[in-house]
Design a binder for this molecule. Structure first.
Ligand code: SF4
Length: 301
């Protein structure tokens, strides 16, 4: 955040544009990630959040450039490590709304282990995955969510691997809020993001966000006639088995919406006694002198 003062960040959002970052997206024209960016700005506006109340953390990939395009505190971290960094930030300052953004390769491939354990620990984060079912930044290789038989640069004869299902994985790992959106439906996506941010605990919003440059199988034309909203079905969001069954449907119908919500599960932060009193850790006195702090840091270097 070099060069940006706190004063500049304290805005009174009256418009979606107040969440516009200082850098314009360099995504390919038509990339699905534009819809995700638009929806998240609207969700934050609807929630009455101010930019200085939000931290956006990402890993590496086209979608992980997100924090530069969004007006909030931001961290562009290492490949697959965004959830680990975000967990640390949330524990240090649990007053922050911490949003984590990235892609399917970053989150479910390189960062798969962090995804499992952040869900299991129910850290109060909102994880928005722009799932384009391919590695876009590296010009089109098979990713964990690519369909079987999909031909890419790395699988010229078709992928022989079964795709990873982030929805069932999140549910089975203990996430309390698990949803799927589509970047071609901004209204539903905004609603899902708003609910996810309000949820206390780990919330996944996995978004079909087509890579129009390298994934010619799962583009907007593929999804538009297939996506069906769970809101239009008699789906019980408290029934994890029904949620998993719906999440596995893939073909003429593909479901979007809120699959599962567990409002009983306690978040990690709510159970951590050290966070109970005295406000955010980041604003408390350390309890030792500057000289002692310097010695500790020097010892670790
Ligand atoms: Fe989007 Fe794909 Fe272009 Fe990356 S390569 S910006 S994912 S369309």
């Amino acid at each position: 955040m070099d060069g940006i003062s706190t004063t500049e960040l304290v805005l009174d959002p009256q418009a979606v544009s107040d969440f516009k970052g200082r850098v314009d997206p360099d995504w390919c024209p038509g990339c699905g990630d534009f819809g995700v960016l638009n929806a998240l700005r609207r969700a934050c506006l609807d929630l009455g959040l101010q930019p200085h109340e939000i931290l956006t953390v990402s890993g590496i990939g086209c979608s992980s450039n997100f924090p530069g395009y969004f007006n909030s505190y931001g961290m562009h971290t290492l490949h697959g490590r965004s959830l680990a960094v975000a967990t640390g930030a949330k524990m240090a300052n649990h007053k922050l709304t911490v949003l984590v953004t990235g892609g399917d390769g970053d989150g479910f491939g390189i960062g798969g282990n962090h995804f499992t354990h952040t869900a299991r620990r129910n850290v109060d984060l909102t994880y928005i995955v722009m799932d384009n079912q391919i590695y876009g930044l590296t010009t089109g290789q098979v990713s964990p969510t690519s369909n079987k038989d999909m031909k890419t640069k790395s699988t010229p004869f078709g992928s022989i691997e079964a795709p990873y299902n982030p929805i069932t994985a999140a549910i089975m790992n203990g996430a309390g809020f698990v949803a799927r959106g589509f970047s071609g439906d901004i209204k539903q996506l905004t609603m899902l993001m708003t609910q996810a941010i309000r949820h206390e605990g780990f919330a996944l919003v996995n978004v079909f966000s087509p890579c129009i440059t390298f994934n010619h199988d799962n583009n907007f034309e593929f999804f538009k006639p297939r996506v069906k909203k769970l809101e239009d079905e008699s789906h019980d969001t408290g029934d994890w088995k029904a949620a998993c069954e719906k999440a596995l449907v893939w073909g003429d119908d593909i479901y979007t919406g809120l699959f599962y919500r567990n409002q009983e599960a306690q978040s990690l932060g709510s159970q951590e006694p050290v966070l109970d009193n005295g406000g955010a850790l980041s604003q408390r006195r350390l309890g030792f002198s500057t000289e002692q702090a310097d010695a500790i840091i020097a010892n670790m270097m």
